[in-house]
Each structure stands twice: as structure tokens, then as C-alpha cells.
Design a protein around this ligand. Structure first.
Ligand SMILES: NC(=O)c1ccc[n+]([C@@H]2O[C@H](COP(=O)([O-])OP(=O)(O)OC[C@H]3O[C@@H](n4cnc5c(N)ncnc54)[C@H](O)[C@@H]3O)[C@@H](O)[C@H]2O)c1
Length: 386
């Protein structure tokens, strides 16, 4: 029986994933696992029993990562769980940046009170709100991660010609990307070619204000820019000036600032990218699955403090999972100890990440309670036999 403590309300879509072998709730004592959304764990005493924490969401600044690593606690997050929610709003943003739906709706409201004349007034006034279709236009997607890929593929199926730029594209991402996406080698290629540009990169010192006067100058006239990633990826003053000059036709942002609100050409959305019930459910489902696989099989997927290591389970073998320091000869020491106990290693996976490493061993032979002896070395943080 495993105990899973929820520090916040977690969608039942997630908590139901734990079967009969789990005791899940907010008042659970001695938890092996913690499920958390936004509750801060920085001042919390981490129980001795704790093996893993899963954050149902992407950011983990409410979790003391270093303390967890030192205590041999694996911390997970749920990257990409809200990607579909963001993708759908980006597609809405593409359409809103093109067709003058928002200003048209605002204008239509002003016709209120004109009785039978409304229909005629609509037909007469609608020409002020003409906007182009997106089909056949070029879309540049900067950053082809969980969200960028979905946006690229959806835009492709809406008839857009898609250029993608991501110098760090992962193999998994490459598998998921529509083959017709044009591989842009440089940002300049995106800027020079695209009618619409959407940014899906993390905010780092390298990407901060990547959309600025200099990059905008390289873009097509009347370009439409979408930012559903982070506000500071775009220099506010520069984009407002480019909108005022008519260089940029529209700026759709999920991160309004005071200066943006009400500015001509700005479509400011109040950070609604991930605000869907499905997104919350996806995070909870993914967090629960990560915890289950770790508790039951020792497999690590989407950890933020330990390397991701997974190995298919073979019921013929006993599994030994070891969190250790990333220093020479730890695996040699482990293998030596196991040989001392008469244990044979059948399969093994090991990876390191910065100061720590994680090794899964499938073994035959009887450990006879010797697992604790493997923790005697200062370089071995935690050993678990499953
Ligand atoms: N609006 C919202 O509510 C909302 C919700 C979720 C995520 N986000 C934001 O969206 C961003 C993307 O999310 P994701 O889940 O797709 O992340 P992700 O980590 O899956 O993808 C990010 C991609 O950006 C690429 N990248 C990094 N630096 C780059 C650079 N300089 N140039 C080009 N590509 C670069 C990476 O290789 C990666 O493929 C995140 O930074 C996050 O802040 C916003």
C-alpha cells in the first residue's frame, strides 16, 4: 500500500489513476508521494517516508529542489500537459489577428437600439472589418516544443505554409512534427518570409526581447505577431512603435501590460492559454502516472532533479533502484557489493544529471535485507528494492 498526500485539490481524473493499492488524500500520513499544484513546500519538513513529489503543472519554484535531491526524493513536473489548450488559443489568435472579429463585434454592439435598421446598418458598415484568410499564408513558428509542434501541425491542416525554427529540436519533437514544415536554419529566414510569426520558446537571457526593433525591421510589412509564451520575449516599446508605424498589423499577446491595453492593433488576452478544465485534468493525470511508474517500477519520466531513466519490467527479476552522486566508481562499488551478496545483474540502465545519477538494476538472487548495506557509501543517496 502506498500513501499519496495531496497538498492542493487535484483533479479526480488524476487521483483516480491510483488503484486500490493506494491511499490518496489531503490528510494522508507518512506519504511515499506528494501531489502538489501551487502550495509552497519550502518551509515544509520532508517526511522520511517521502520518495517522490509530482507538481501538476510546469513550474517547480514552489518545491525545494536541492533539498529533495539531497534526500533522494525524485521531483516530477508535467511538461506539455497544457500544450493543446495553448495551441487552440494560438489558432484563435491567428484568426483574430487576421479577421477583424473583435472590433467588428464591438462596433455591432454600438448599433443597439436601431430596431429594424440594424440589418441594413450591418450590411453597410461591415466593409470596415474585412480581413485576410490564413489559408495559403506563411506562418513562422519559433520554438518547436510541446506547444510549437501542435501549433505548426494545426496551422498546416488549416492550409498555412509553416516554417519552423528550433536549433535545439528534440528527437521526440522531430517525430511529431508534420514533415511538410519547412526547416528554417535561421531566425532571419522566418522574419524574411512569414506573414504570421508565433513564439513558443522559454524566456531565457538569450530569448529575452528577441522580438525588438531590429528583428521587426527584418520582417515582412503587415506581419502579425503572436506571443503566448512569455511577455518579456517581446520589447513592448518596440512593438507598440511598429504597430503605430503600420509595420506590424497585429500583436496578439497572452501577457498584457498597462501600456499594451487599448493600444491600436494589440489583442490582449488575460493569460488564458492554459485555462481549460482539460488542461488541469491532463496535468493531474500525467502527475499521477509519473508517480505510479516511479513507486511501482522505479521508472523516471519528466523529472526536474534526476535523470529520466526507464526500463521495461520483467517479473522474473528483482528491481534495485539507486540514486547516487555523479562521481567516479559508484557503479563499480554497487556492482562489487551485489557480487559480495551473490546477486547477479541481469539488466541495467544508468544516467547522470549534474551532481546526481540514477541507476536501475534488474537482478537475480536474494538480497536478504542487504539493500541497506548498499547505502553505507557516502556516494549512495538512496537504494530501493521493488
Ligand atoms: N500562455 C500560457 O498560458 C502558457 C502555457 C504553457 C506554456 N507557456 C509558455 O510557452 C513556452 C513553450 O512551452 P512548451 O510547453 O512548448 O515548452 P517546450 O520546452 O516543450 O518547448 C520549448 C522549445 O523551445 C526551443 N527553444 C529554446 N530556446 C530556443 C531559441 N533560442 N530559439 C528557438 N527555439 C528555442 C526548445 O528547443 C524547445 O523545443 C514556455 O516557455 C512557457 O513559458 C505559456
Amino acid at each position: 500500500m502506498f500513501n499519496v498526500k495531496c497538498l492542493n485539490k487535484i483533479s479526480p481524473v488524476g487521483t483516480k489513476r491510483f488503484g486500490a493499492n493506494y491511499n490518496v488524500g489531503e490528510d494522508v500520513e507518512n506519504p511515499e508521494a506528494v501531489l502538489v499544484r501551487s502550495a509552497s513546500m519550502h518551509d515544509m519538513e520532508l517526511p522520511q517516508s517521502l520518495l517522490a513529489i509530482a507538481r501538476a503543472g510546469a513550474g517547480v519554484n514552489n518545491i525545494p529542489l536541492d533539498k529533495c535531491s539531497e534526500a533522494g526524493i525524485c521531483v516530477f513536473n508535467t511538461p506539455g500537459a497544457n500544450a493543446n489548450a495553448v495551441k487552440e488559443l494560438v489558432i484563435a489568435g491567428l484568426l483574430l489577428s487576421s479577421r477583424k472579429v473583435i472590433s467588428g463585434i464591438e462596433w455591432a454592439k454600438t448599433l443597439k437600439g436601431n430596431g429594424a435598421d440594424v440589418t441594413k446598418m450591418v450590411e453597410k458598415g461591415k466593409s470596415a472589418f474585412v480581413g485576410p484568410e490564413i489559408s495559403g499564408k506563411k506562418l513562422g513558428v519559433i520554438g518547436l516544443g510541446a506547444i510549437g509542434i501542435l501549433v505548426a501541425n494545426a496551422a498546416k491542416s488549416l492550409g498555412m505554409e509553416v516554417y519552423g525554427y528550433d536549433p535545439y529540436l528534440s528527437v521526440d519533437a522531430a517525430w511529431g512534427l508534420s514533415r511538410s514544415t519547412k526547416h528554417a536554419q535561421t531566425l532571419d529566414e522566418i522574419y524574411a518570409n512569414c506573414d504570421y510569426i508565433t513564439v513558443h520558446v522559454p524566456l531565457t537571457p538569450d530569448t529575452k526581447e528577441m522580438i525588438n526593433a531590429e528583428s521587426i525591421a527584418k520582417m515582412q510589412d503587415n506581419v502579425r505577431i503572436l506571443n503566448f509564451a512569455r511577455g518579456d520575449l517581446v520589447n513592448s516599446g518596440d512593438i507598440l512603435k511598429a504597430l503605430a508605424d503600420g509595420k506590424v498589423s497585429a500583436y496578439v499577446t497572452d501577457f498584457p501590460t498597462d501600456e499594451m491595453l487599448g493600444a491600436e492593433g494589440v489583442i490582449a488576452i488575460p493569460h488564458l492559454g492554459a485555462s481549460t478544465p482539460e488542461s488541469e485534468d491532463n496535468c493531474a493525470r500525467m502527475a499521477a502516472d509519473e508517480l505510479k511508474d516511479y513507486l511501482e517500477n522505479g521508472n523516471i519520466t519528466h523529472s526536474v532533479n534526476l535523470p529520466n531513466v526507464s526500463m521495461p519490467r520483467d517479473p522474473a527479476f528483482t528491481r534495485v533502484c539507486i540514486i547516487h552522486r555523479n562521481v567516479p566508481n559508484t557503479i563499480g562499488q554497487l556492482a562489487g557489493k551485489l557480487a559480495e551478496f551473490g546477486i547477479n545483474i541481469e539488466n541495467m540502465q544508468s544516467k547522470s544529471r549534474k551532481d546526481y545519477a540514477y541507476t536501475i538494476l534488474d537482478v537475480t538472487g536474494d538480497l536478504n535485507g542487504n539493500a541497506a548495506k548498499m547505502e553505507e557509501s557516502a556516494d549512495i543517496v538512496k537504494v530501493r528494492v521493488i
